[in-house]
Design a protein around this ligand. Structure first.
Ligand code: ADP
Ligand code: MG
Length: 576
């Protein structure tokens, strides 16, 4: 909570303006009934036209000033609240952008989206309410009671009796509504999750003919949100009539007792009218305060959810004193006895892995599915921090480098090619902002993508849809490779990046990479013997451990795991 308040600090000047305007508006509102009493008692009743004009003019002035303050106040309050929402969303996004890959696993994407949008809106709305109520509600309530006491003490007792009753009614309604409000956010999360899965998995859903099932899931989540919303709104709907009932009852009481007292000559008509107005103002203030209290719990639940994101301290952080990279520019990568375990996993994904990859060489990583290849590849750009041992780049622990400096030296191609909406060229340029068209073409040529790009209707300016869904798997992989090649890095990591390519393209690609990345440290992760057999060094992974290391010919003799992989694929190679 404190954290959120701190975000409000830059708005303190505007908040002060809002509060001053609210104060002025409240004073005007409190002054008007007083003037009304005067105009009735000293102008209308005695029939003094001059007085009527004089007081009437004053009333008009006060009313206009009050209205101006009200308009300016709500304008300023809206500006503060929306500005605050903007800052808050920015903060959440910023924090999420610095999440380590681990920390992403803690929140679902859907939940992060709800938190950034819906939850921020809740907080923003309650802030707006608070800003407009913070001064005026207490002023109206306390000022109203005091002034109506000054008008007529006996009549004011009616009010003092009504307020607690009203408070109790509102409290009861609130008490019922609060838990429902808290459920709402949770259910909206769920709705977003189902929606997200339904949209991103649409092909699989169609293929397995689970559309009806998916619709049912969505309907259920949707009904769930609707049900809760209806329950909440039903309760909230009670508030208004309850409030009007109380107002009218109070008016009747005041008129009743007022009439009796006026009859007895103990009170003026104007004073009674003023009392009536104060009563309405006071009840309205109580109503507003209740409304804030109704919104508070939902906003508090939202604030808590926002804080849960803001409170995450990134676990992959830059060192206080970054090691100097300028003097070392080779790209040698060394794993020293590395053990790594995913948060919440039972067993380490990598265990005691040691090897050195030299610049100018190709280091291949081979192993079965789940043997830890992608995990190993992800440790080089420091997506995770190791549990034991060290990953060194040119002799410097990656944890001693600034992430930006480290990653600037790495061209990484993920196992699952990820493209962004834009054009073919913009996706390749993602690896290197300032790349010239010539460089883009060269990268595409190395990645064996030039041919298919040239066949696209608009060539390099052809659109790529979100996630690259308008391209084939192999085309996506080649664009992802071109993106990395365009980077002109010292270290290249190809995580199973050739798996969607046919053998011939795979071979041509590797030959082109060999020529183009001759000076770099290249990691090729694969399950195919054909892809790794020409590497300078092959690391064989089995269940997170190094089962063997060396060249193809040696490993065939010395490493059982390697030989088995080779044998199982031998016939395939022959066919190819
Ligand atoms: P490979 O790339 O060789 O197929 P991975 O490195 O992806 O294997 O996975 C190695 C092991 O780590 C597997 O047992 C897998 O289940 C586990 N693993 C991978 N990613 C995660 C994750 N994000 N959280 C927990 N366990 C994971
Ligand atoms: Mg993998």
């Amino acid at each position: 909570m404190l954290q959120l308040f701190r975000l409000l600090l830059p708005f303190r000047a505007s908040v002060a303006v809002v509060l001053v305007l609210a104060l002025a508006q409240s004073l005007a509102n409190l002054y008007l009934p007083r003037l009304m009493a005067d105009i009735v008692d000293f102008g209308i009743v005695p029939g003094d036209a001059g007085k009527i004009l004089e007081i009437g003019g004053l009333m008009l002035l006060v009313a206009v000033l009050g209205t101006l303050c009200a308009v300016a106040g709500s304008y300023a309050a809206s500006k503060v609240a929306t500005g605050f929402g903007r800052v808050l969303r920015g903060r959440i996004f910023d924090r999420v952008a610095h999440f380590s890959v681990h920390q992403f696993d803690r929140f679902s994407t859907a939940s992060l989206i709800t938190r950034t949008t819906n939850d921020t809106t809740q907080v923003q709305q309650v802030l707006l309410m608070l800003l407009s109520m913070a001064i005026s509600a207490p002023m109206m309530a306390i000022g109203g009671v005091t002034l109506s006491l000054s008008q007529d003490a006996r009549l004011a007792r009616v009010l003092i009796g009504v307020i607690p009753v009203l408070g109790a009614v509102f409290f009861l309604i609130m008490w019922k509504a609060v838990p429902l409000f808290q459920q709402m956010q949770h259910k909206i999360d769920r709705l977003n999750l189902v929606l997200d899965e339904g949209l991103s998995g649409v092909r699989v859903i169609r293929a397995f003919d689970r559309g009806a099932d998916q619709s049912r899931r969505f309907d259920q989540a949707n009904d769930d949100v609707t049900g809760t919303a209806i329950s909440v709104n039903r309760l909230m709907a009670l508030l208004m009539p309850a409030m009007f009932l109380m107002m009218n009852l109070t008016s009747v009481l005041i008129l009743w007792f007022g009439a009796v007292r006026i009859d007895a000559g103990e009170m003026h008509v104007g004073a009674m009218m003023a009392s009536l107005q104060y009563a309405i103002q006071i009840l309205f203030a109580v109503f507003m305060v209740t409304a804030v209290f109704v919104m508070l719990p939902r906003a508090a639940a939202s604030a808590e959810r926002i804080n849960a994101v803001l409170d995450v301290t990134p676990d992959v952080v830059d060192p206080a004193q970054a090691a100097n990279v300028a003097s070392r520019t080779k790209g040698q990568v060394e794993f020293q006895n590395v053990t790594f375990q995913y948060a919440g996993a039972e067993e380490p994904a990598l265990c005691g892995v040691s090897f050195t990859a030299l610049a100018g060489e190709v280091t291949a990583i081979i192993g079965g599915t789940g043997s830890g290849k992608s995990t190993l590849a992800g440790l080089i750009p420091r997506f995770y921090d190791v549990n034991e041992g060290r990953v060194l780049v040119d002799g410097v622990d990656v944890r001693d480098l600034r992430q930006e400096d480290l990653r600037a030296r790495i061209g990484y191609v993920p196992q699952k090619a990820v493209l962004f909406s834009g054009t073919v060229a913009s996706n390749i340029r993602f690896g290197h902002d300032t790349a010239t068209d010539e460089e883009i073409r060269h990268a595409a040529a190395v990645a064996q993508a030039a041919e298919f790009i040239d066949q696209l209707p608009a060539g390099y300016d052809s659109p790529v849809s979100q996630g690259g869904t308008n391209l084939s798997g192999g085309q996506k992989q080649r664009l992802a490779i071109a993106r990395a090649v365009a980077r002109r890095a010292e270290i290249y990591v190809f995580d199973d990046s050739f798996s969607a390519l046919d053998f011939a393209t795979d071979a041509r690609l590797r030959a082109a990479l060999n020529a183009d990345l001759a000076a770099a440290t290249v990691f090729i992760v694969s399950q195919r013997i054909g892809t790794v057999m020409n590497a300078d060094r092959i690391v064989v992974l089995d269940d997170g451990r190094v089962a063997g290391m060396g060249r193809h010919a040696e490993l065939l003799k010395t490493c059982e795991v390697y030989r088995q992989i080779a044998e199982s694929q031998a016939s395939l190679e022959e066919v190819a």
